[in-house]
Design a protein around this ligand. Structure first.
Ligand SMILES: Cc1cc2nc3c(=O)[nH]c(=O)nc-3n(C[C@H](O)[C@H](O)[C@H](O)COP(=O)(O)OP(=O)(O)OC[C@H]3O[C@@H](n4cnc5c(N)ncnc54)[C@H](O)[C@@H]3O)c2cc1C
Length: 264
């Protein structure tokens, strides 16, 4: 059970940051992960009054506030048009609509959870996190950082020309994924993001130049075989490392084939 001593609706990011410097304070997102824990929180800091519950879009980027819900991501026409539905596909199996109405982008990305579909899909895009103190950091760098006492303010996705695909395998719909996989080609650069390995998502780039500008069956097969070797996997109650490695091969092939269809 979680016990909260003081609840504060922060009036500014400065105030939230100051309050959060104490080890006994905690920023609240949707609280869905936090409430599963057994802990005492001296000061719970709510960011709900700071206008961070909006997705803003201009010609260059999407700016996604930390308090935007997963359901907002799922329903956002611009984001899903840009990602060919990959964002929607990544979040649609996360528990249920009521849950997705509460779970936030900030909590999902800040948590850097191994099982995260959200982290996996954003890692395949040209994504940055805006931190109150740390400024703008590429997600591919942020994903490997240790948690500190900063605040995630926004997630920024640059609208670079690209195509995207997202696939996951679940033992049962709405369960955590056994493996999650997002493939993209952004201005000619291929990226494969694999999450729920079960460790947190990692990015594999085509530095061996196995993939052609126009994907072919052979190049997709070669890259999928290479990904299977290069992506470390582990075992937990949802699946063994060997099973996950097979899935890396299968999901990377299928997701790249989806990109191939988009190119065609
Ligand atoms: C039962 C269950 C099943 C789930 N299944 C899946 C799944 O299949 N796929 C998937 O991708 N995810 C899944 N999740 C994770 C879920 O989607 C959210 O990622 C998770 O609940 C965190 O989001 P939240 O808004 O609830 O954050 P909270 O629980 O409020 O916060 C999580 C952590 O992030 C910190 N935090 C929150 N916002 C900020 C911020 N702006 N700046 C700094 N720190 C911040 C909090 O202090 C806390 O440490 C599941 C969660 C649960 C509880």
């Amino acid at each position: 059970m979680v016990t909260i001593q003081n609840y504060v609706r922060a009036g500014s990011l400065e105030e939230a940051y100051e309050l959060n410097q104490k080890r006994t304070s905690l920023i609240l997102g949707g609280m869905l992960w936090t409430k599963m824990q057994n802990r005492r929180i001296q000061t719970a800091i709510d960011l709900c009054d700071l206008g961070l519950d909006r997705i803003e879009e201009n010609e260059e980027e999407f700016s996604i506030g930390a308090m935007v819900s997963l359901r907002q991501l799922e329903l956002h026409a611009g984001l899903n048009e840009y990602t060919h539905g990959a964002v929607k596909n990544a979040v649609k199996d996360i528990v249920g609509v009521q849950f997705r109405n509460l779970a936030t982008v900030g909590g999902s990305i800040w948590g850097r959870f191994g099982f995260s579909d959200v982290l996996t899909v954003f890692l395949a895009m040209d994504t940055y996190v805006e931190l109150f103190c740390g400024g703008m950091v590429p997600l591919r760098e942020f994903v490997n950082r240790k948690q500190d006492r900063d605040i995630l303010v926004r997630v920024i996705v640059k609208k670079r020309a690209g195509c995207f695909a997202y696939l996951s395998v679940r033992n049962q719909s709405t369960d955590f994924p056994v493996l999650a996989c997002a493939a993209s080609c952004i201005e000619g650069e291929y990226r494969l993001s694999v999450g729920a390995r079960p460790a947190r998502a990692m990015l594999l780039l085509d530095d061996q130049h196995l993939l052609d500008e126009e994907l072919s069956e052979d190049s997709v097969e070669a890259f999928a075989g290479w990904a299977k070797i290069r992506i470390p996997t582990g075992s937990n109650l949802r699946g063994s490392a060997a099973y996950r490695s097979r899935l890396v091969g299968v999901l990377s092939r299928r997701s790249l084939n989806q990109l191939k269809e988009m190119q065609g």
